[in-house]
Write a new protein. Structure first.
Length: 110
């Protein structure tokens, strides 16, 4: 089955396709934000940050001393087992160095 189009219809269809293509092309171009040039004087006025090596705080690997697994299991059983560890983990942690209030003291207002 073949489709025969009138020459006027073919020209109209070609014009429609071309206009849609042109609209799409300009829409893509206008979507790009214009780039503002940077003034060379503004770049020259800022000093680079001081150099800091990524290895500055490097700490060498030190092998930790391990304990006998049987002794570790026995110590865990004496403490109360995994339930005791779970209880400790669920308690609110107070940061070290935080001021402890006496029972009669009121907290300071900021």
């Amino acid at each position: 089955m073949s489709i025969h189009l009138d020459s006027n219809l073919t020209a109209a269809l070609a014009l429609l396709v071309a206009s849609l293509w042109a609209t799409q092309a300009t829409a893509q171009i206008s979507a790009v934000a214009p780039v503002k040039p940077v003034a060379p004087a503004a770049v020259a006025d800022t000093a680079p940050p001081p150099y800091r090596s990524a290895l500055e705080d490097y700490q060498r690997y030190t092998e930790e001393k391990t304990v006998n697994w049987k002794e570790a299991n026995d110590a865990t059983a004496r403490i109360g087992g995994w339930r005791e560890y779970a209880k400790e983990a669920s308690q609110t942690q107070v940061p070290e160095g935080a001021a402890k209030l006496d029972s009669g003291a009121t907290p300071a207002k900021p």
